[in-house]
Design a protein. Structure first.
Length: 386
């Protein structure tokens, strides 16, 4: 049995990872589970999987859970619980599904263990890719991306010389507003923005799909994961979400990875990498594969997409600033304080004001804090209720 550490186990990625563990003959077990505040959901998972270790970041939530723990499970708690869990658990693969800046230290902790990091926390690369990639190499850890697009690129590159890449074609569904007018986007409700046509994801990622800011983060991921400049990364809108991404090689050949829009596919690939293990997941389906459309993204309606390329050019703390400002702006939109297009405006302002060199994690922390302050100031100027 391959023991998994599931960080963010009560979130979308974590729950789907545990779906795979449940499958008969999965060959997977659970070495540890971690959540932020969802103590009841974590408690149910602990009762089912009986891991030796679990973690809750929120101390109050941990106090509520402790009386209900089954024998044999020890609960870690507090702001350092994720890192402590990584350091103490006996695992082979850490599936990292924590969302946002909160997952950064855990990624570096896994890098120090020499174990495999199945990374869905894209912010670790967006914020600190220039530091994390060398840290993984120094610790002997393998990094396998869980994002469907980056998993697809990695699969397309198996056995290939990366020097033969002409460009990567990063696919985007276009989100709920792919065909909407600028006026419709400007007046979009939270409910409309969260209604993704293809994927079931957490709220921040779903809002990012509505603005294409999520694709901006993924452009930065491609840059760090595969060492490619912005000029070799092209975003293509593909509304069916069947082609998860493509690689065009120097001879004009285009290799694509296809599958239904089901995150269990890239998770399964990551936890079994470098092998391919049997699964009950759906493969080719004539009805859903019968039509594959592609179109160019509209930067007028979705200006957020251009910010990722700007971050690649600037380097340093640019990705960190972009992520921090986006977290603040998305929260404000979900609270009804700003319209959807204001998210990109706030992020761009922070990027212009706060980005700079960032040779250490400490300097990235300072940039993160500065970007959040600047974003809050921008929000105050945009909304009288902020």
């Amino acid at each position: 049995m391959k023991p998994l550490l599931v960080l963010g186990s009560t979130g979308s990625i974590g729950r789907q990872t545990l779906d795979l563990v449940r499958e008969q003959g999965s060959g997977l077990s659970v070495a540890g589970l971690a959540a932020h505040t969802s103590w009841e959901a974590l408690g149910r998972q602990i009762e089912e999987f009986r891991p030796p270790l679990a973690a809750l970041i929120d101390e109050d939530a941990a106090d509520r859970l402790r009386p209900h723990l089954p024998p044999g499970t020890r609960l870690l708690s507090g702001p350092d619980a994720l890192v402590q869990l990584v350091e103490e658990a006996r695992f082979e693969v850490a599936v990292h599904g924590v969302v946002g800046r909160a997952g950064l230290e855990a990624s570096f902790a896994v890098a120090r263990t020499g174990k495999t990091l199945a990374l869905a926390n894209k912010e670790s690369l967006v914020i600190a890719g220039e530091l994390l990639i060398p840290a993984l190499a120094a610790g002997g850890s393998a990094l396998v991306p869980v994002d469907s697009e980056h998993s697809a690129i990695a699969q397309c590159l198996r056995g290939e010389d990366s020097g033969r890449i002409r460009k990567v074609l990063l696919t985007a569904s276009g989100g709920p507003f792919r065909t909407a007018t600028a006026e419709d986007i400007a007046t979009a409700s939270v409910e409309q923005a969260l209604a993704h046509p293809n994927w079931s994801m957490g709220p921040r990622i779903t809002i990012g799909s509505a603005t294409l800011m999520n694709k901006t983060l993924e452009v930065l991921e491609v840059h760090h994961l595969f060492g490619l400049p912005g000029s070799q990364i092209e975003v293509v809108v593909h509304p069916q979400s069947i082609v998860h991404s493509m690689v065009e090689f120097c001879d004009g050949s285009v290799v694509a990875q296809l599958g239904p829009p089901d995150m269990r596919g890239p998770i399964h690939y990551a936890v079994h990498h470098p092998d391919r293990a049997p699964a009950s997941l759906t493969g080719f389906d004539l009805a859903s594969f019968s039509r594959l459309d592609f179109e160019a993204p509209d930067l007028q309606r979705f200006p957020a997409l251009g910010l990722g390329y700007r971050c690649i050019e600037r380097g340093g703390s640019a990705g960190c600033v972009l992520n921090a400002a986006d977290e603040v702006a998305v929260a404000a939109f979900l609270e009804g304080r700003i319209p959807l297009p204001a998210i990109a405006e706030v992020v761009e302002q922070a990027l212009e004001a706060c980005a700079g060199p960032a040779p250490t994690l400490e300097s990235l922390q300072a940039a993160d804090e500065a970007a959040r302050r600047h974003a809050e100031q921008a929000l105050a100027a945009l909304s009288p209720t902020a």
